[in-house]
Design a protein around this ligand. Sequence first.
Ligand code: NAP
Length: 259
Amino acid sequence: MDLGISGKLAVVCASSKGLGRGCALALAEAGVDLVLNARGAEALENTAQEIRVRYNVNVQTVAADITTQDGQDSVLDAAGMPDILVNNAGGPPPGMWSDWQRDDFLAALDANMLTPIALMTRVLPSMIEKKWGRVVNITSQSVKAPIAVLGLSNSARAGLTGYVAGTARQVAPHGVNINNLLPGVHATDRIAFLDQSVADSEGKPIEEIASERAASIPTGTYGSAADFGAACAFLCSQQAKFMVGQNILLDGGAINATL
Ligand code: NAP
């Protein structure tokens, strides 16, 4: 399918690895020029170079912490007026409700709620002016079904989801579509880290933890960043113009719910 977005410009935050990288690759395959971001410059440049060679699109890199004002300024200075924004950042650490203090919540809110809101606030005016824009926020399956040890994530992402629910409807009349993608378990460094935490606490090998977890998902597998990226590219397509404020779950059927 031709997604109709060749020649558009996308900012993909937190995209040197994992799900952000998957989104960047899929957008590049659709002919989209990119501004990629991550804190670590080496992995970021490696991803950028791989995309340039494979897809022959323009790729700029901005090595910065997207949760800081400086990081947001540098990314948007590089991009100018992007047509597409993919919001992403690292997820908060696991823990117990009794571990979390005000500063832990502020860090989680900054990364997973206030940063995407700040970036949307800055790019939406030019999208509205151009009468075309797409924003995809990478959130989590925890929006639909809480993951107890990820209480910081549950809290911050619920806030972002509420913001998007209203804002998406305010900008939709201007040809700007905002939607959220909710990853279930995908094979990335983040999931390897979380599996390792469980393996350490249960004194089991990580392979056993991963295979038990995969078996608990109806597909029997973890998701792939490439498939996740393809869903993101679709949400950024011309054909997604009637999708507004949706929360799209990609979880292999793990959440047992009718709707
Ligand atoms: P990942 O494999 O650990 O990759 C994270 C990427 O984000 C890396 O490129 C990392 O590069 C970059 N990054 C992290 N913090 C950043 C920051 N402050 N500023 C700029 N770049 C940053 O993680 P992932 O699995 O793709 O997860 C992406 C998001 O989806 C996270 O919020 C995660 O909680 C959420 N999620 C993932 C899953 C899953 O199954 N993978 C499930 C539910 C939710 P640097 O470290 O160099 O900055």
